[in-house]
Design a protein around this ligand. Sequence first.
Ligand code: MN
Ligand code: MN
Length: 476
Amino acid sequence: MAKKETAAKKEKKTEANELKEKLFMKRKVTGMEMSDAEIKKADKFCEDYKAFLDAGKTEREACAEAVRLAQAQGFVPFDKNASYSAGDKVYMTNRGKAVILAVIGKKSVAEGVNLVAAHIDSPRIDLKQNPLYESDGLGYFKTHYYGGIKKYQWPTIPLALHGVIYKADGERVDVKLGEDDNDPVLVITDILPHLADEQYKRPAPKLVKGEELNILIGSRPFRDDKASETVKLGIMQILNEKYGITESDFISAELECVPAYKAKDVGFDRSMVGAYGQDDRVCSYTALSAILSLKGAPDRTAVTILTDKEEIGSEGCTGLQSSYLKYFIYDLGDCFGVNGRTVLSHSKCLSADVNAGYDPTFCEPFEKLNAAYLGRGVVLTKYTGSRGKSGTNDASAEFVSEVRRIFDKEDIIWQTGELGKVDFGGGGTVAMYISNLNVDTVDIGVPVLSMHAPFEITLKNDIYMTYKAFRAFFKA
Ligand code: MN
Ligand code: MN
């Protein structure tokens, strides 16, 4: 009896602990908070996610895969002259590199739409316009990398070639080499450590230089003692047989080298996903799944946009600095006799992009109190940018408050994140371009390790929470 009393006394919280519980912020860990059933759902969700990653390694492929999945759920091409009613599901592609999907809501679009915007382009190695050459018996492609890469990470990994070639007569040829088990792969070489003394003296960004990212593509010469460039000729002969192209057709091509391997589970516990291109296909897939999962009409019109060119600053007509999103919203407004400016001014947006996950091995650039952590759920990033919030959308307290309440109501495990220490650099997302349209916008996404590397890491529970967050936003 006496012993029990002591135990009960021990369990009684001190005043400080009681007050702490009341006043301090609680940081939740998905692996502790989620039920076994929900973790199972997360694992299952990520099986489909991995399939999406394997099906779409370029912006064009990811766009086509998103359209395929949307069509299967009854989405039809948007027609600006049609009339729509609540629950109708439409999509519109932009040059096969970006796609906008919408589910018409019960409320008038005059009250705005709920928009989730992610990007489907990822850092990669693009071929130059005159790529083909031979040197000392070996055949190569010259390249110009796309997006922010650590160049030294790309040599000595198997690469696949994806893209399109338009021949002189305008005929399109699709290229996908290195993905089938029987396909050959391509590779960038590196110097052996025995002879790397000089290379080691270079600063890391130049450890491998841009002009050294040459892709090895063949070695067998066309057999003719009198001809020159016989290796190049041998390769060109194969390309002509396989794709019907001649050398000048590279000029009107977009060929992208990406890692040749598939998405994998990572860890003994299979709790993580490792794959190329998770920035930002992890938010693309969750944003896409969220809109595809809507049953019936949401209150407000739901819009998912999967855009191109984010990794090079959202430039070009398929990037979000172009007017294509605005035009879509204007056209959508016209369908209901509402002017586009009214729709935009009342719209809300989650800019769905990844944030840097805290890396215990490389912790120096992170500020621990405000970093995003793997396993703590979806990340809300009020501002990105760098050095004094330059180049960012800084979400308003009012909008953050609204989003926070939506998440809490649906039991979504979420955290805040900031991209590294104040003076350490930074980055941006599409948030600022959407907020430029007078749309309240905040960044929401998945924390990632090894961002922009050929093999990026995410945590399955975080991915599932991100999907749930976007879904909650659409249903709010
Ligand atoms: Mn991104
Ligand atoms: Mn990125």
